[in-house]
Design a protein around this ligand. Sequence first.
Ligand code: GLN
Length: 559
Amino acid sequence: MSQGDTRFIFITGGVVSSLGKGIAAASIGRLLRARGLSVQIQKFDPYINVDPGTMSPYQHGEVFVTEDGAETDLDLGHYERFTDANTSRASNVTAGGIYNAVIRRERRGDYLGATVQVVPHITDEIKHRVRVVADSTDVDFVITEIGGTVGDIESLPFLEAIRQFPVEVGRRRCMFIHLTLVPYIGHAGELKTKPTQHSVNELRRIGISPDMVLCRSESVLSTEIRKKIALFASLPVDAIISAYDVADVYNCPLTFNEQGVDDFILGDHFGIDAPPPELDSWRALVQRAASLDSEVRIALVGKYVRLEDAYLSVAEALRHSGIHHGCRVKIEWVDSETVEDPETQSLLRGVDGILIPGGFGGRGFEGKIAAAKLARESRIPYLGVCLGMHVAVSEFARHVAGMPGANSTEMDPETPYPVIDLLPEQREIADMGGTMRLGADPVKINPGTQAHAAYREGVVYERHRHRYEVNNHLRKQLESAGLVFSGTTPDGRLVEISELPPEVHPFYVASQFHPEFKSRPDRPAPLFRDFVGAAYAHHERRASRAQAGGSQVVAPAAQ
Ligand code: GLN
């Protein structure tokens, strides 16, 4: 398909939030890819923050970082993992971002004295953001997910913009898919279609008639219920899809395919003749993920462990690595403020690996230092990501390199040994939003290191999100004490990876970048892959020691 032929799919949500629009969009993206078509998925978020970069993880979950350095919604992670296509700055647009652009233009005088209004100025900007993706990537399909729920005040400008969109590009190039909930009412013993009916009506009131309805429900919808929904939605029954609960989200594209979602979109709706779907490798992956027979336990030590979404890509990268090694990864969520508690101590001693992910601020930092020390001294595999590297370096400095009180200046500006310090270019920055070192940068990997064994390449591109770095003034001192800086920027100026040599520790690696953002179900991030591999080996070693009766430590049951 040539440019100008791009088709547009808009996904809206109804009834309640958190129905999994992101997974639905990603699954449809996967199916279209499987039919040989190129896809870009974008998300519109109706909140006023310009991006989620400054929001608390408890508000928003993880901040996903794109290759080009945008701080975005975690759904973009789903899009990348399902479609294996990188997203970009254009892939996540907030109401704040839209208003910001329009107001900046107004201040410049670009509107030549006109009154600037939601319609047409805000809606025009929204439509422009859809077209930008099509124009810049020349893809066959742009899928746009509209965050929020139909009926929300905030969503209205976005819905009005997508209502107008077909007028500009032609109705035959657009499709509207609506995701709703069909709840099961226990005491009545029935699935209820009324909320879906109301939600479709609400959408129609705005002027959008859905072309397909995806119905979330606990179990598969009967044909009878689908017919009922089809009737009030004025749609053929094939357009009513049962998006029933599945144990593994990676199963969704397959359940959609079984119900003819891709056939309906391509054939019935757009009239596109596409090759049959190539889903064998995806199916094999889902089957492999469902039949893992052993288990490794990884402690994830962080501040936001009450909300697992705060570490979504990290958890996914661990899962991908487990699928690679044929083992399930059980994450033990450890609150960094509880590390010194006796129960946490014994839990940490029993796990197969300890992971410290990215983070900000001093709360819980000392707990993370204690966890890293335990991993180092007990030879438990360790992976540090970004702040997890700052922890590893500070801990090593304090307890091995003879630098008492060593710290990151983020935690202690007065530390006698500022082993981690602000990047020089960060010193003058006052604005918090979008001003970190962000996005993919080249990392030079030194041969003969764990990092090189993982990547098997001299230069790799990994995504960053930080302000602080290993302090070059103390680098030599740390190296002479035995810390290995196995990755740096190509000019050698910034440390990118630190590790302990294999004769000292089986796996003790930390990176300044976030490898988790590039992990894919069938291509785990190399550092995560080797970390889980080392954890698996640790688990096996412990199990055989326990079997031989040579250890008090009881290995976790392999099932
Ligand atoms: N707070 C640290 C910094 O800004 C680490 C950031 C992170 O872990 N993403 O450098």
